[in-house]
Design a protein around this ligand. Structure first.
Ligand code: UT7
Length: 327
């Protein structure tokens, strides 16, 4: 049976940096609070004329370049996002057009911060089943457009950007060993965007008056579930492959909060040297966070042939999941 291997990674971020000091001038907060509660120091924010597809296309091109394949060789494009360019058509179709991937089926999927891992799982299964040979999986967000910049509970957390990975069928030992995805919809109201869907359309006055187009989050609840769920997803991956945490060369978790990452790393018994962290630079970029981190780790030479890497995410829905890779 073929296996899917990641042969190229890419990422792209807005040039504009918003620091904690900048936020101190916008809401009642402090660099000290943000740093100790989240670990975030700055985030990248899209400017006028930059959209989710802007960063996704750049990340996709970089991943294709590293893989050394042309866009027309792709037969599948999956974009995880909660901030598409438009409700429809799928932003994945816009990306397909922009990069010239004429032979690919393209669609978006909505799994919040787990979007990239959900996409990886689908692409992996298409490749294992022999139905597709070369896939592009992207996570991309412009969360700054759905963040309430007057709400200190949420505006300090999020950032914009994109990461992408090219997957190719291989008969070798390296590649994606397993993926696991989970959901629990009973918590859908814990982290969501109330407006701009069919319940509260963007066109209705209530959506504007009650600020329903912004992210709402019960931070504490999300936090507690995140640590438990990420541990569950990590052990699902290890157990399915008869491996233990000591086999992990690099743990690449979703970058939401340094305390969530540290708590999960501790539960796995991993030292800091085996945990990849870049959220101090980018904040929480939702579906983009894991592929941006994967690309940075890859380009920094932190993934060597044969290394075991564990990707682990948690987000709105709730959704969560993991992917275990042999590099
Ligand atoms: O991507 C996946 C989904 N997202 C997450 O995983 C995020 C999960 N949650 C979190 O990261 C944390 O819950 C937060 C960082 C959002 C909040 O940290 P916390 O330690 O859970 O703080 P809290 O919500 O319990 O708030 C503590 C206090 C409150 O004041 P009172 O009520 O105790 O007087 C808040 O009003 O901190 C206050 N606060 C702030 N103070 C200064 C909340 N935001 C801020 C702020 N600056 N930006």
């Amino acid at each position: 049976m073929p296996r899917a291997r990641i042969t190229g990674t890419g990422s792209a971020l807005p040039g504009k940096i918003v620091t904690n000091a900048d936020l101190e001038r916008m809401v009642e907060t402090s660099d000290e609070w943000i740093t100790t509660r989240t670990g975030i120091k700055e985030r990248r924010i899209a400017v006028e004329g930059e959209f989710t597809s802007t960063f996704a296309v750049q990340a996709a091109r970089r991943a294709l370049e590293m893989a050394g394949i042309g866009p027309d060789e792709l037969d599948l494009i999956i974009l995880g996002t909660v901030t598409p360019d438009f409700p429809f058509p799928a932003t994945a179709c816009i990306i397909q057009h922009e990069i010239g991937a004429h032979n690919a089926a393209a669609f978006d999927l909505s799994a919040a911060c787990s979007g990239f891992l959900y996409g990886l799982s689908i692409a992996d299964n298409y490749i294992r089943g022999g139905l597709k040979k070369k896939a592009l999986v992207i996570g991309a967000e412009v969360l700054s457009r759905i963040v309430d910049w007057s709400d200190r509970n949420t505006c300090i957390l999020f950032g914009d950007g994109s990461g992408a990975a090219v997957l190719e069928a291989t008969e070798g030992d390296s590649g994606i060993l397993s993926t696991h995805i989970f959901s629990n919809g009973s918590f859908w109201e814990t982290l969501y965007q109330p407006g701009c869907g069919s319940r509260n359309p963007g066109s209705c006055g209530r959506t504007i008056d009650e600020r329903l187009f912004y992210i709402r989050m019960e931070g504490n609840d999300v936090f507690k579930h995140a640590v438990r769920a990420m541990e569950e997803a990590a052990f699902a991956a290890l157990n399915a492959n008869d491996l233990s945490a000591s086999d992990i060369s690099l743990f690449i978790p979703h970058q939401a909060n340094r305390r969530i990452i540290d708590a999960t790393g501790k539960r796995l018994g991993l030292g800091e040297d085996r945990v990849f962290v870049n959220l101090h630079h980018y904040g929480n970029t939702s579906s983009a966070s894991i592929p941006i981190a994967l690309d940075e780790a890859n380009r920094a030479g932190r993934l060597k042939a044969g290394d075991i890497a564990l990707l682990d995410a948690f987000g709105g829905g709730f959704t969560w999941g993991s992917a275990l890779l042999r590099w």
